[in-house]
Design a protein around this ligand. Structure first.
Ligand code: DQA
Length: 148
């Protein structure tokens, strides 16, 4: 069962980017942890990061045909700006969880709008890197219920 994990712009800098906000865990650490947890849970986890809106959209389009059953996405700054990325996920029609490392609701007002949350199965915001693991465990439960 394939789960696609998508990371938006600037998340390649995790570890050194505003560590007081986003923590010291690198993106590579996050992805490795998710792949290992996925193997335990019987999930094939594919991770992809891009700083480019169109590249993220192309990856979501590819997910229509590559067996992706569930998406975990941190759209990063595109959370607050991208109707195009939202539309791509709507077209994909697979359940997804929106993850943010920081609690966007206790930050600047412009971070409080998300173009994704009303389409998402769930939103995890403020749990740091652990939020991705929670999302993957949720995906495992959800997929087990569907495929049972
Ligand atoms: C973020 C929150 C966004 O507002 C910000 O633009 C990011 C990261 C988070 O994970 O907390 O780049 O999505």
């Amino acid at each position: 069962l394939r789960v696609l994990v998508l990371h938006g712009p600037n998340l390649n800098l995790l570890g050194t980017r505003e560590p007081e906000v986003y923590g010291r865990t690198t993106l590579q650490d996050i992805d490795q942890t998710l792949v290992a947890l996925g193997a335990e849970l019987g999930l094939d986890v594919q991770c992809h990061q891009s700083n480019h809106e169109g590249a993220l959209i192309d990856r979501i389009h590819a997910a229509r045909e590559d067996g992706t059953r569930f998406v975990i996405i941190n759209p990063a700054a595109y959370t607050h700006t991208s109707v195009a990325l939202r539309d791509a996920l709507a077209a994909l029609g697979r359940p997804f969880v929106e993850v943010h490392l920081s609690n966007v609701h206790r930050r600047e007002p412009f971070r409080q709008n998300s173009y994704f949350s009303d389409l998402a199965e769930a939103v995890i915001s403020g749990c740091g890197a652990a939020g991705y693991g929670f999302a993957l465990r949720y995906a495992a439960e959800k997929l087990a219920a569907i495929t049972r």
